[in-house]
Design a protein around this ligand. Sequence first.
Ligand code: NAD
Length: 436
Amino acid sequence: MKIAIVGAGYVGLVTGACLADFGHEITCVDSDASRVAALQRGEIPIYEPGLKELVASNEAAGRLVFSGDLAVAADAEVVFLAVGTPSRRGDGHADLTHVHAAARALAQHLSGFTVVAIKSTVPVGTGDAVAAIIAEANPAADFVVVSNPEFLREGAAIEDFKRPDRVVVGLEDERGRAPMAEVYRPLYLNQAPILFTGRRSAELTKYASNAFLAMKVTFINEMADLCEAAGGNVQDVARGLGLDKRIGSKFLNAGPGYGGSCFPKDTQALVRIGEEFGAPMRLVETTVAINEARRGAMADKIIAACDGSVAGKTIAMLGLTFKPNTDDMREAPSIAIIGALQAAGAEIVAHDPEGMAAAQGLLPDVAMAAGPYEAAAGADALVLMTEWNAFRSLDLARLKASMRGDVIVDLRNIYRHEEMERHGFRYDSVGRPVAG
Ligand code: NAD
C-alpha cells in the first residue's frame, strides 16, 4: 500500500519505519526542513533503540522516503497524521494547532479516495473537526477520517508497534475499514486484535488508557508514602497486589512520579475534556495534583537525606530522562526536582546515557558529566533518578571512594539497603523500610 505519514517524530518515524518493514511504501513528511534534511542524510533525530537500523534497511529497500512536501500524499491510500499535540500553554487543553494545520495543508493534495487516519492523541470530537476542515478546504476531496490512536511506549516503540496488545480504529464511515485492516494485516500473524469502534470511542480510548496507567503509577506512589510512614515495603505490597490477575503487575513501581511527553499532557487534557462535557474526571484530576506535588516531595526527601540542607552541597544525578532508553526530556520529573534542589542551594552534576543533549537546553545550570563515576566524583550525595541499565550494577566501592559524602537516594528502588550499608553509604529509597 502507498501510505504517507505527516509528522516524523517519535510516533511518525516509528510508524513509518515499521509499516515500511511490513512491506508498505511509506513517505514520511515533516514541516521541519532541518529534520527532513537530517533524515535524508540518514541521521535519526531521536534516540529509540533499533530505529536507526530499521530506517536504514527500509530506505535501502526503497520502501521508506522522507520529504518536506505534502504533495507526495496525493497518491497515498492512507495518510496518517502523527503531529504533536502538546498542552496548550496556560489551560492544559490539548493544542490542536499542528493537527488542524496539517489537515488544512493536506486537503489540497488529496486525490482519489483517501483514508485520513489520526494517530496523534486528540480530544474526542477532533475527527469531526478534521473532517470539516478538509471538506471546507477542498470540497471535492473524497476521503474519510478515522481515529487510530497510538499506544507505543518510547524506549520499546518498535516492539510495541510490531506486537501491540491491540490496534484501535474508530470510524464513522465503513469505507475506512478495509484500508485500515490492510495497513495492519501483517499484525494478524502476531494475532494482535484489531478493534473497530466508533470514532469518538477510539479517541476516548487513548486518553482512558493513559489516564488509567497514570492513576496506577500514582496509586503505588501514594502506597509507597504510606509504607514509609507505617513501616511496610512497597515492593512487597506491589508484588502481592500485582499478582492478582484483575490488577496486573505492570506500572506498580513506586518512584518520583510519572513524566514524559504523554501522561502529564494527556491526563491534563482529559480533565479539561471532562469539564467541557460536564462529566468531571475527578480521579484523573486528583492524579494530576498528586503527581505534581510529588516532585517537590522528592526534592524534600533528598534534602532530608542530606541532613536537612543541600546549601553549598554538590549532588550527582544519575539519569535525567523520565524513563530509560529514550532521549525524550519532555516533562521529566528530574527537571522540577533539580529546580527545587538548586533553589535550596545545591550544585547539580548529572549524567544521562542519551538525554544530556536535550537536557542541557532545559537545565542550563547543570554540569553534565561523561559517566556515572565522573558525575559522582567529589559529590556530597548521589540521586538515582532514572533506571538506565548502566546504573543498575554500579561499582559501589568505586563510587564511595570518589564521592565526598555518603548519601545515596535511590528514587527507582534499584539497590538493596544492606548492600549500600555494607559499602558505607547512608541510603534512602522510595517506600521501603530503612532496614530490611
Ligand atoms: P514529536 O514532537 O516527536 O513529533 C511531531 C512531529 O510533527 C515533529 O517532527 C514536527 O516537526 C512535525 N509537525 C508538526 N506540525 C506539522 C505539520 N503541519 N506538517 C508536518 N509535520 C508537522 O511528537 P510525538 O512524540 O511523535 O507525538 C505525536 C503524537 O503522538 C502526539 O499527539 C502524541 O501525544 C502522540 N503519542 C506519542 C507517543 C510517544 O511516546 N511519544 C505515544 C503515543 C502517542
